[in-house]
Design a protein. Structure first.
Length: 286
């Protein structure tokens, strides 16, 4: 657990400093003055094991305390365990993330994360508690019951924490052809875009190969979105209680509740369409 705490504090500090060097959105406020920053910190604290980063530290620690049902994993060696744990986690999280966008009910939960309008490394913690619980427990817990080695979970969680900071940091980075293998910050910022071109793409967690394989990749080389968020929900609550109770609303109801504008376009999740490396068709209306 100490390892993950160190990874968290070093990671968030480094990425916040890097955000000053080459930001995606130079007009964003930084640190505690950034809109929603304090709400993200509160979510980080109040959601306990439901979130990423520090809450991943807590979740991992709790998962590692679960008694092992069958010691299957140690028999395949450390690297074999890590490879299986990594690939199954990444594959499962791709589909889970995609379902959050394709199911109206699940989208209400995941929408909390997408309504951030000024994004930085701390934005990775803007999650509804229900989503955090599923991600950090349902996918990881079965491996612990099969006796996965503790250091495997800790290494994966360390990578996941740093990946989350990188994906959400207000920092332009480029990895070129590696975008065909890794889900980069370039791709993830397009996933957060308010524009239709990339909003329903790039569901991968660490690897982008699932997106390329299943036709949901979107990578406009050298371009970054001009605006992020969910159309019509610019005034979505930043406080924890408001986010927690927001799932009672559909997109249209949320637009009326939070902005009083029933005619503002909605961003109800659509079925993603296949894309090419350079362009992707606009999502169709469900």
């Amino acid at each position: 657990m100490l390892t993950l705490v160190i990874v968290f504090f070093v990671g968030i500090t480094v990425f916040h400093l890097l955000e000053l060097v080459n930001p995606v959105m130079p007009h964003y406020r930084s640190g505690v003055t950034r809109r929603g920053y304090l709400a993200d910190v509160i979510s980080l604290i109040l959601n306990g094991p439901g979130l990423d980063g520090l809450t991943t530290v807590m979740a991992t620690s709790l998962v590692l305390l679960v008694p092992r049902a069958v010691d299957v994993m140690p028999a395949i060696g450390w690297w074999g365990q890590f490879a299986i744990f990594f690939l199954i986690n990444d594959f499962g999280r791709y589909w889970l993330h995609r379902w959050y966008h394709e199911s109206n009910a699940l989208w209400r939960v995941h929408r909390v994360h997408h309504t951030v309008v000024q994004m930085d490394a701390m934005s990775v913690f803007r999650f509804h508690i229900l989503e955090g619980i599923v991600k950090n427990f349902v996918i990881t817990l079965p491996f612990q019951l099969l006796g996965v080695t503790e250091s495997v979970v800790i290494l994966y969680s360390s990578i996941d924490i740093l990946k989350g900071f990188w994906h959400h940091a207000n920092l332009k980075t480029y990895i070129g052809p590696l975008n065909y293998v890794l889900n980069s910050a370039e791709q993830h910022w397009w996933h957060h875009s308010i524009e239709g071109r990339g909003q329903h793409s790039n569901y991968g967690s660490i690897l982008s190969i699932w997106d390329w394989l299943f036709g949901t990749a979107y990578w406009p080389r050298g371009e970054w979105p001009k605006e992020i968020g969910v159309a019509g929900l610019e005034n979505f609550p930043d406080d924890f209680a408001g986010q927690l109770t927001s799932i009672r609303y559909s997109d249209e109801e949320a637009i009326r509740a939070y902005s009083g504008s029933p005619t503002t376009p909605s961003s109800t999740p659509q079925t993603p369409t296949a894309s090419t490396p350079d362009s992707a068709p606009l999502p169709t209306t469900a």
